[in-house]
Design a protein around this ligand. Structure first.
Ligand SMILES: Nc1ncnc2c1ncn2[C@@H]1O[C@H](COP(=O)(O)OP(=O)(O)OP(=O)(O)O)[C@@H](O)[C@H]1O
Ligand SMILES: [Mg+2]
Length: 172
């Protein structure tokens, strides 16, 4: 069985994490774990509390471990803004000997503001500009090697590079 890969995206609301995840999953087989989707299942009337997030990410982490052990590659579509958020991902990848690929997704704030204003109510994410501004204060740089993807321009070239790196790894 090919070695699975864990792709972890990181980015503020509206930067295009779900868009990137979708595009990548069209190129290679991945299960997308979208934290907003799982939140809706676990907490139909979400209040976005710390306690809720704690339970949500406990479930996310359990799913990641189980799927990776079964050889399934995963894209984790969650904000993952702080090193604290990313710590579990570093440790699980190391523990299972799985390749971890980190992707910082970004777009200029003005582009994001317009996207969030235009987002329809069918969107899984409820985050608006106020949430963006609040979360922007908490962002921590990714200290490890990572790719940066700006979704305000053509993501094709960087997507090609990411696909090439994952494909190379899978053949080892
Ligand atoms: N490269 C792009 N070209 C055109 N539209 C885009 C692009 N990237 C994202 N969008 C649009 O911008 C909006 C926000 O993108 P998306 O939902 O992927 O952000 P997100 O990072 O997943 O946000 P959240 O954290 O709130 O889930 C969506 O309506 C999406 O279709
Ligand atoms: Mg999203």
């Amino acid at each position: 069985m090919a070695a699975p890969t864990l792709v972890a995206v990181s980015g503020l609301p509206g930067t295009g994490k779900s868009y990137f995840s979708q595009r990548l999953s069209e190129r290679l087989p991945f299960v997308i774990l979208e934290s907003d989707a799982l939140r809706r299942v676990l907490f139909p009337a979400s209040v976005y509390s710390r306690q809720e997030s704690f339970r949500l990410f406990k479930a996310v982490h359990q799913l990641i471990e189980r799927l990776l052990k079964e050889g399934v590659s995963i894209i984790l579509d969650a904000t993952n803004l702080t090193e604290g958020n990313r710590e579990y991902l570093y440790s699980i990848a190391e523990r299972l000997g799985v390749k971890l690929m980190l992707v910082r997704v970004e777009a200029p704030p003005e582009v994001v503001r317009q996207r969030l204003a235009g987002r329809d109510s069918a969107s899984l994410s409820q985050a608006d500009w106020a949430v963006y501004e609040k979360l922007a204060l908490t962002v921590e740089d990714i200290k490890r090697r990572h790719y940066a993807v700006d979704t305000s321009s053509d993501i094709g070239p960087v997507l090609d590079k990411i696909v090439a790196e994952i494909s190379k790894q899978g053949k080892k």
